[in-house]
Design a protein. Structure first.
Length: 359
């Protein structure tokens, strides 16, 4: 699953992307520096996985991952073709969720395309461009469905009724995600404003508390998450060796970087959770959507595990963390045997048993 980093030009998207991925996306003081999206796969930090690696003396550790896409800057009028217009909007359409990066820093050497720092204005510009794009798309679909609906096509009538309702809400300035519509009824339409959003404020090294408070309030109003960080500082921290990074954070009185908070928040934004497998060869975090059952979780490891699923031996990470050995968990009855209806929980450690194909 992919999260697109969007925002107005010169808010620090490429700098954030570089820090997240320790990559080399171009970053400079020009609108549209990023034209084709850069894609990076980022490990999800998880102290539980590190602990499992320690307990099992695993030869290898494999974390869960999130894919980030650095998309070109959006400008006012994008829905009408301004800037990169439709190309920009099509790139957003392809991601699963949106990380909206908002400029909270002041720097005379970095041009602000709107003339000055104003997080509320910037968020509203981006939202309105996405709403206008969705509105245009809804109207096109309504035109196409009208004829079929008049001819008595039941499915077309149902879709038309839904789209007319969505058009009215979009016309009033409400994004699709605020309409509380069932996901299965709108997924096929690929509305930009139906995607979950995480606000990230790019601050000065000493954040301006008033600007941070404005962005946090905007996020609360929209039921979205919010993380604030200094992209420039985070980019520098990301280049440090692990031990240097730990020392630097300790000096600042921090347990994690802003980037780590962004990654974890983005992972949760996609309604993802981790279960683990652990042993001498490898300790690994696997990603499943919250609510997934045991066979589906097994299928993330290999499709044969799902097809031939028999059962899963499961225990909580907190139990192995507390007691240290699986043998002790067995003695205490803390390892459970779960069937196909078991809903996997975040932090489960699983061992799947399955019947190989052909047996």
């Amino acid at each position: 699953m992919e999260i697109g980093i969007v925002g107005l030009p010169n808010v620090g998207k490429s700098t954030l992307f570089n820090a997240l991925t320790s990559g080399h996306a171009q970053a400079s003081n020009y609108p549209f520096t990023t034209i084709e999206p850069n894609v990076g796969v980022v490990s999800v930090p998880d102290a539980r996985l590190d602990r499992l690696h320690e307990l099992f003396s695993s030869k290898k550790t494999t974390p869960a991952t999130v894919r980030f896409v650095d998309i070109a800057g959006l400008v006012q009028g994008a829905s009408k073709g301004e800037g990169l217009g439709n190309k920009f909007l099509s790139h957003i359409r392809e991601v699963d969720a949106v990380l909206m990066l908002v400029r909270l820093f002041v720097d005379e050497d970095v041009v602000h395309t709107m003339g000055g720092v104003d997080p509320r204005r910037d968020v509203e510009i981006i939202e309105m461009e996405l709403i206008l794009s969705d509105l245009a798309g809804a109207e096109l679909r309504i035109e196409k469905l009208a004829g079929k609906a008049k001819s008595g096509d039941k499915e077309a009538r149902q879709s038309l009724t839904l789209l007319e309702k969505i058009r009215a809400e979009l016309s009033a300035g409400r994004p699709v995600r605020a309409m509380n519509l069932p996901a299965e009824s709108i997924n096929s339409f690929e509305f930009l404003t139906g995607k979950p959003v995480l606000f990230v404020g790019n601050t000065d090294e000493t954040p301006d508390s008033e600007r941070v408070a404005v962005l946090e309030a905007l996020a609360r109003e929209r039921g979205a998450g919010c993380v604030c960080l200094c992209g420039k500082l985070e980019a520098e921290i990301s280049q440090l060796e692990p031990e240097e990074r730990k020392s630097f954070l300790a000096e600042l009185g921090l347990s994690s970087t802003g980037l780590e908070r962004v990654i974890v928040a983005a992972y949760k934004l996609l309604n993802q959770q981790s279960f683990f497998t652990a042993g001498e060869d490898e300790a690994r975090a696997w990603t499943v959507t919250a609510g997934a059952k045991a066979p589906q979780a097994a299928g993330t490891i290999h499709s044969d595990f799902e097809k031939g699923f028999i059962k899963a031996d499961v225990y909580r990470f907190s139990d192995i963390d507390a007691h240290g050995k699986e043998s002790i968990l067995r003695e205490k009855g803390l390892i459970r045997s779960e069937g196909k209806d078991y809903v996997v929980q975040d932090g489960d450690v699983c061992f799947f048993k399955f019947s190989p194909p052909g047996r």
